[in-house]
Every structure is written in C-alpha cells, then in structure tokens.
Design a protein around this ligand. Structure first.
Ligand SMILES: C[C@@H](N)C(=O)N[C@H](C)C(=O)O
Ligand SMILES: [Zn+2]
Length: 303
C-alpha cells in the first residue's frame, strides 16, 4: 500500500482482551492509538502495515494490533454479546416470552395524563420506521412484536416532528427503530440479557420510559441518498461504543451523533448516557406504564 495521508479507517476499532485495552480512532484525518493508561498517540504510517506510535512501532492487520511485542486481537465486543443473547433466546426465548406476557407491570399511583399514543408515520416529516423488534433483525434475533409500528405520546410525537423539520433543513431524516414499547417486552429483554449488560435495558420493576410512550430509539439518514448516517456503534450494540460520550470511532460518526443529540435536546429530549440512540421526552413521568400490543393500541384508537 503506498504511503499516503488518507487514514485507513478499516483499522478503527477495539483490540485486546477487555474493552478499553486498546482502541484505534480517527480525529481530524489522523489515526490515534488509545491504550489503557496511556495518552492517545497519533499513528504515523511507515509502510508494510506498520505505524509509528510514540517511541514504538505498531503492526496493524485486519485481525490484530501488535505493539511492544504484545499482540492484541481485534474484537467486536458488541457482536460477541449479541451472539450470547441470541443463543439464550433460541434456547429459552419461548418460555421467557410466555412468562413476560403472564407477568404484571409494577403498580403505580394514577398518572397525571391519560395515554394518547399516536403513530409517527404521517406526523413526523420524512420519518422512516424500521421496527427492529417486529422482525428477527434485533439483538435477540427473534421477533418481539406482532407487527411493525412506532407510537409516542402526542406531546412527544409533536416534539419529534419539530426535530425532523429542523434536521430536514440540514439534509437529514430520522430513522426510528422503536417508540412506545409494551412492558412485557421490557421484562423479556431484562430476563434475556446477561446481568453485566443490564445497563442497556430498563429494569421492569421500574418500567422503561418506552413503556410510557415517551422514549424513542432513532438515528439519521441522508435525505438525498437514503443512506443511513454512520454512528460510533450499531443500534442496540451492547458495548462501550454505544455510550453517548464514547470518544472512539471517526470524526464523521461522532459528528452525526452530536447532530442528532443537539436537535433532540432543543425539543425537550434527553439522551441516555449508555446509548447514543435512546432519548427520553421530558413529560415521561406524567404517563402510565402500558403493556398493550400495537394491535390493541390500534383497536383502541379506532373506537
Ligand atoms: C433495549 C434498548 N433499545 C433500550 O431501549 N434501552 C433502554 C435502557 C430501555 O430499555 O428503556
Ligand atoms: Zn430505547
């Protein structure tokens, strides 16, 4: 490969036995190596897959990073967690689902406002709905919902419409992965996800803000090309890359994440620290926890 100033972004990622051991990231068109206990060092390409990093030479291949005689394997920690969850779901998913459907949401005093869930389609300009939990394309590998759809309480949906209008003027649309989520799904997620990853799912004893119709999982897409805007992690990736302040990845990924967050914050949404894609609407405490399916919600709306 010729020596060039174009950074090889294919080596951006995580290396080592544990998350945070070593990360290669891009900032301002320059690759950096961030090792535990070291300040990030710029990586200068010197040929033959080798980089100078401070006083050391690093050999970086598609599968590993070798520095100071130590070989660190390239890892996709999120994919490893997902594979373990999917194995549990294949083995115990049907029983856990039955138990979740039979369980009862936590009792609460009467809510200040009655639920008024509305579909986002038709209300939020340019919105693309990709209901991951209605297909096998989610972290469990199994469909959770009986049909696709995305609903929010009316006040949250109207705020999201204002976010979409503001972003459209910058050339971006919103892609929504989930809105209102029946409580049984939150219970199922909690039971299927290993305890050391519980930060990525809400505790059913308290309920998720999704259950109240006041949380939304979403990303951005390019209105001209339709391409999904790259972010520092995949949706629902249970790894350090999901955190809203994760410093790795590329400039473009972090800029997209910041653009989404700033637009959402301007309309009363707050990002969840552990997930760049999850936002709570400020009115969440006013609404009850619901466990009705989308089919039941549609039936009530038509009455
Ligand atoms: C499961 C994930 N998409 C999510 O929404 N997590 C938050 C913490 C939640 O369950 O409320
Ligand atoms: Zn969420």
């Amino acid at each position: 490969r010729p020596l060039s100033h174009t950074p090889d972004l294919s080596i951006v990622g995580s290396y080592g036995a544990a998350e945070g051991d070593a990360t290669i990231l891009e900032r301002g068109g320059v690759l950096f190596l961030a090792r535990k206990g070291h300040a990030p060092e710029p990586l200068k390409y010197i040929g033959a897959a080798r980089y100078r990093a401070g006083s050391s030479v690093a050999l970086v291949t598609a599968k590993s990073l070798t520095i100071d005689g130590q070989m660190l394997t390239r890892r996709d920690f999120g994919a490893e967690t997902e594979a373990a969850i999917r194995a549990t779901a294949r083995r115990d998913g049907a029983a856990l689902r039955q138990a979740a459907l039979a369980a009862t949401p936590p009792a609460e005093p009467p809510s200040r406002r009655a639920s008024d869930l509305v579909p986002l389609e038709g209300l939020v300009p340019h919105v693309r709905i990709d209901t991951r939990y209605a297909s096998g394309n989610n972290f469990t590998g199994q469909p959770i919902y009986e049909r696709a759809g995305a609903y929010l309480q009316r006040s949250a949906a109207e705020a999201l419409a204002r976010v979409a209008t503001a972003l459209a003027s910058k050339g971006y649309g919103l892609i929504v992965y989930d809105g209102y989520r029946p409580w049984f799904a939150t219970k199922l997620f909690w039971d299927i996800v290993p305890a050391d990853k519980h930060v990525f799912v809400a505790d059913p004893a308290k309920g998720s803000r999704h259950n109240r119709g006041c949380a939304v999982d979403l990303g951005l897409y390019d209105l001209k090309t339709g391409a999904i805007s790259p972010m520092p992690s995949r949706y629902d990736e249970m790894s350090a890359r999901a955190y809203s302040d994760f410093a790795g990845g590329t400039d473009a990924e972090r800029a997209n994440r910041a653009l989404l967050r700033a637009a959402m914050e301007r309309e009363g949404f707050t990002v969840y620290d552990s997930e760049w894609w999850h936002f709570d609407y400020r009115d969440w405490a006013d609404y009850p926890i619901g466990t009705a399916s989308f089919t039941q919600i549609e039936a009530t709306r038509r009455r």
